[in-house]
Design a protein around this ligand. Structure first.
Ligand code: ADP
Ligand code: UDP
Length: 238
């Protein structure tokens, strides 16, 4: 597959056109941002880890019946994916209170919910990704009711699969963000990434944070945490 011109450079990845109009190449960078781009930095080796981890998790999800954009890993940092039209919703699933949930609703971090929650943010950096509900999403024509129903069903299915997968390696899945896209024929598939950039992952025994909160909150050893998650999932480092 030939890598053609760059379509987009985001905060964590670059996206390239290819000689197959149905496919793109995503290239994962070491750049890290937080607080809607206000905090910037580099996490050495992050691109390679997030690329490999996303692909590993997406393949596991495909085996469990979740359609994803994954096609083929090309090398450490580059992967071929199906080109989709991204549904401009950040879909956030939570199992335990943390981050904005704790902040917005005035509760401590670490409350284990009886059942997972789901929420949507309007994916729009200029507006700061505001929280919206499904009626707002329909009013803004971001998605149809049928698409929202599919997204909610898949998001909870993904949560169950990821929770089990991480628990098997001693990691508690606290919360995470997903993005979905539409293929040419309208099929909704999981897109973007699943990595310590987009999930909160806590060590099951010690509660130690093994995710981007180490960067957001200046907790140190950010690289080590990302490597630790990868090591537990694969038994080796990338
Ligand atoms: P951001 O845009 O938030 O800075 P990234 O740096 O991760 O994020 O950039 C990757 C971009 O590619 C995101 O806007 C994401 O929605 C988009 N994207 C992810 N997967 C696909 C796909 N399969 N087809 C088209 N766009 C995608
Ligand atoms: N998240 C993300 N991208 C975003 C916002 C959130 O990947 O633009 C992830 C974040 O890493 C966490 C979950 O979604 O795992 C819930 O995030 P929260 O709403 O608590 O916001 P945060 O405190 O991360 O800004």
């Amino acid at each position: 597959m030939k890598k053609l011109e760059q379509l987009y450079e985001g905060k964590a990845k670059k996206v390239f056109q290819t000689d197959d109009p149905a496919c793109l190449i995503v290239e994962y960078k070491d750049d890290a941002t937080a607080f809607n781009g206000q905090k910037k930095g580099t996490i050495l080796g992050k691109g390679a880890i997030n690329n490999r981890m996303t692909n590993l998790l997406m393949q596991m999800l495909e085996h469990r019946g979740v359609p994803t954009h994954f096609v083929q890993e090309l090398n450490e940092r580059e992967t071929v994916v199906k080109k989709v039209t991204i549904v401009p919703l950040e879909v956030i699933v939570r199992n335990i209170s943390a981050g904005h949930f704790a902040q917005n609703y005035g509760v401590e971090e670490g409350i284990v919910f009886e059942e997972p929650t789901i929420e949507f943010s309007y994916k729009n950096d200029d507006l700061g990704d505001p929280l919206i509900n499904s009626y707002h999403a329909k009013a803004l024509k971001l998605a149809t009711q049928a698409e929202i129903d599919t997204i909610v069903r898949l998001a909870f299915q993904i949560n169950e699969a990821l929770k089990e997968f991480f628990l098997a390696v001693g990691i508690t899945l606290v919360d995470f963000k997903l993005e979905f896209g539409r293929l040419e024929d309208g099929t909704i598939v999981l897109a973007d990434e699943i990595s310590p950039d987009t999930c909160r992952l806590w060590d099951k025994e010690t509660g130690e944070k093994l995710d981007k909160d180490r960067f957001r909150r200046d907790l140190g050893n950010v690289e080590g945490a990302y490597q630790e998650v990868m090591k537990r999932l694969t038994g080796s480092q990338p």
